[in-house]
Design a protein around this ligand. Structure first.
Ligand SMILES: Cc1cc2nc3c(=O)[nH]c(=O)nc-3n(C[C@H](O)[C@H](O)[C@H](O)COP(=O)(O)OP(=O)(O)OC[C@H]3O[C@@H](n4cnc5c(N)ncnc54)[C@H](O)[C@@H]3O)c2cc1C
Length: 413
């Protein structure tokens, strides 16, 4: 069973290392692995007792639960970068057979793609024609042209039909993990929907700990844990991968303008048998349920698990009762539940890319003014990707910048 590789005491704070990486989540580990693959050494400093941050997998009563439902986009930056260093994520594509839920009522359909969406009883025939027209165009639209439009502005431009708007917003919430249509850049929404409808996603065998373990095991990556780093180390090359902008600012003293946080509450449930439905998308309320028990090594034989999330807005207070109500409306019988794990408030994205800042290109670069040799990593950094794709893309940029900096050092000295 995968235990997220406890941070190993294989390096001390004094061990000489080419690159110091602060933060042992996916971003810090990926940056360290990329540095190590290029023949340099990297030491990862993690404040907690285990590596992985928001990509850890917890075990309860034989059930593996990620920190909320996690899907790896096969067409995204994370998969490409992992493959480039010889890590081939293993997992399975989720079944798309499921339903929409409106006001507690399930409207049966399989929202797996344009054709199945069009069979939905949620939509009248005019809605279906309109949605079909829009879906046929989505794959061809250029994402960057939408950078300065909000999701609301874009969807309002696409259609006047309320139900079609509802369906588009539901798909955008699902693929962006964000419920801020009046701020999120439509560029990101389109990018994620295109990837979702294109190559799709996989849920990982053994959970996201699979990635954490593979990155941490890269030869040349050293790990130190237990204490937070409270000031920038006196080292020539430092990568800050501490999660969000505030934690980075605490170390650099440099503040940057970014979008708001995106948060969710999550109820993971271990089941003694597979659920009736693999996917239930809440049109109203903004929630979704998905089956997470089918990848290898996640549940005991014959058992299953589902995860229910609610996309929180700034005004909302998380509620376990709402998640439980959604679960029961989705047809999960109480007698099938073996175990539960509730996450009250989780950060899905530390700072979303907003239209007001020009979308992805408005996110801060990985460079830190006044601190040559210091580079930033995170879901809020750099012009590429969203969620873990942004994390790994910024890790790739930071590792490349750190290696260039190291190569120039003799000349600088
Ligand atoms: C509910 C949920 C669902 C998600 N679903 C998806 C999904 O489907 N697809 C997807 O691509 N992404 C998804 N994500 C996002 C993904 O999990 C994150 O983008 C990614 O794990 C973030 O990695 P990170 O390394 O940037 O940050 P973190 O995981 O936050 O890691 C930062 C690390 O730095 C450490 N740290 C902080 N400060 C210090 C310090 N001063 N000294 C030492 N260490 C420090 C922390 O302890 C932590 O381990 C989801 C996230 C959540 C919460």
């Amino acid at each position: 069973m995968n235990e997220n590789l406890d941070a190993s005491p294989d390096a001390s704070h004094d061990a000489p290392s080419d690159v110091h990486v602060i933060g042992g989540g996916l971003g810090g580990l990926a940056a360290a692995a990329l540095v190590a693959r290029a023949g340099r050494t990297a030491t990862v400093y993690e404040r907690r007792g285990r590596l992985g941050g928001r990509a850890t997998t917890d075990w309860k009563d034989g059930f593996g639960f990620n920190q909320g439902p996690h899907a790896l986009y096969l067409g995204g930056e994370a998969n490409r970068i992992l493959q480039s260093i010889g890590i081939r994520p293993s997992g399975r594509s989720p079944s798309t057979k499921g339903a929409f839920m409106v006001n507690g009522n399930v409207a049966g359909l399989a929202p797996g793609g344009p054709t199945s969406l069009l069979r939905s009883p949620l939509l009248g025939w005019k809605d279906k024609l309109e949605l079909g027209r829009i879906m046929a165009r989505l794959g061809r639209l250029e994402t960057a042209r939408l950078a300065s439009l909000t999701v609301n502005e874009w969807v309002d431009d696409l259609t006047r039909r309320p139900r079609v708007r509802d369906v588009l917003h539901t798909l955008i919430r699902l693929t962006t993990y964000t419920n801020a249509p009046d701020e999120l850049s439509a560029e990101v929404a389109l990018m994620q929907v295109q990837m979702g409808l294109g190559k799709g996603v996989i849920y990982l065998d053994g959970g996201w700990a699979q990635l954490v373990d593979a990155l941490a095991a890269t030869p040349g990556v050293r790990r130190v844990h237990g204490d937070p780093v409270t000031e920038l180390p006196d080292a020539p090359t430092v990568i800050i991968a501490t999660g969000g902008p505030q934690a980075a600012e605490a170390l650099t003293g440099v503040s940057v303008e970014v979008g708001p946080i995106a948060e969710v509450s999550v109820l993971d449930v271990g089941l003694e048998r597979p659920p009736q439905r693999n996917l239930v998308l809440g049109v109203d309320p903004p929630m979704y349920l998905s089956n997470h028990g089918f990848p290898d090594g996640m549940v005991p034989d014959g058992a299953s698990s589902v995860s229910v999330s609610e996309y929180l807005t700034t005004e909302m207070t998380p509620s376990r009762d709402r998640l439980q109500a959604f679960l029961s409306h989705a047809g999960i019988a109480p007698d099938a539940i073996v175990t539960e794990r509730y996450l009250h408030r989780m950060t899905a994205v530390t700072a979303i890319p907003v239209a007001a800042l020009g979308g992805l290109s408005g996110r801060p670069t990985g460079a830190v003014p006044g601190h040559p040799g210091v580079h930033l990593v995170g879901d809020w950094v750099g012009p590429r990707g969203h969620l873990a794709d942004a994390v790994l893309a910024s890790a790739e940029d930071a590792a490349a910048a750190a290696l260039r900096h190291l190569d120039r050092l003799p000349a600088i000295r």
